[in-house]
Unconditional design. Structure first.
Length: 180
């Protein structure tokens, strides 16, 4: 049930920009229904309304991005969340990515950027030439009890030929087209 709730919250974080989730009239302070906070920082308005799934390759303009869960994670602290991230350049000119372009949002709307943890280097410090690929483990330290919900790669600062893309970190997430 928690996985399904996280999947629904990811869609709410992306498509609605972070509204509070309630379970009807029986919502109370003791309710187990998580509240979705306003994403901090806000999710770019042009990001995909339905998040990509774990392992999918997303076109972010002149870059492609893939995010996967780590099958056999190295020993790290309990509050560290790991992803395997891959970025490929499709640009004609070199561009530089930075750690601030990558975030993991939790159900409570907080976000965390990559950091160095043990033998894992800080993800996202690279310059990519045409056709070049950068990949590695991305570690974030989640300082609350909230579960990870979404991975965001935001290349919009690189210019008008780059985009932001969102992925659900729930391996069971199945995208559903919005009605209407």
């Amino acid at each position: 049930m928690i996985r399904r709730s996280v999947s629904l919250i990811v869609v709410a974080l992306v498509s609605l920009g972070g509204l509070s989730a309630c379970s009807g009239d029986d919502a109370s302070p003791d309710s187990t229904t998580p509240e979705v906070g306003m994403p901090d920082p806000p999710i770019p308005s042009e990001v995909n309304a339905i998040p990509f799934t774990v392992g999918a390759v997303a076109a972010a303009g002149n870059a492609d991005v893939r995010m996967q869960l780590v099958a056999e994670p190295p020993a790290v602290d309990e509050d560290v969340f790991l992803l395997d991230v891959w970025v490929k350049s499709g640009a004609l000119e070199p561009f530089t990515i930075t750690p601030d372009m990558f975030r993991v949002y939790t159900v409570d709307g907080k976000s965390y950027t990559p950091e160095a943890v043990g033998d894992i280097a800080r993800f996202g410090e690279a310059t990519l030439d045409t056709g070049e690929t950068y990949s590695g483990l991305m570690a974030v330290r989640i300082t609350t009890d909230s579960e990870p919900a979404m991975f965001l790669a935001d290349f919009t600062d690189l210019g008008d030929r780059f985009f932001a893309v969102a992925f659900s970190v729930d391996p069971d997430f199945v995208p559903v087209s919005p009605e209407g």
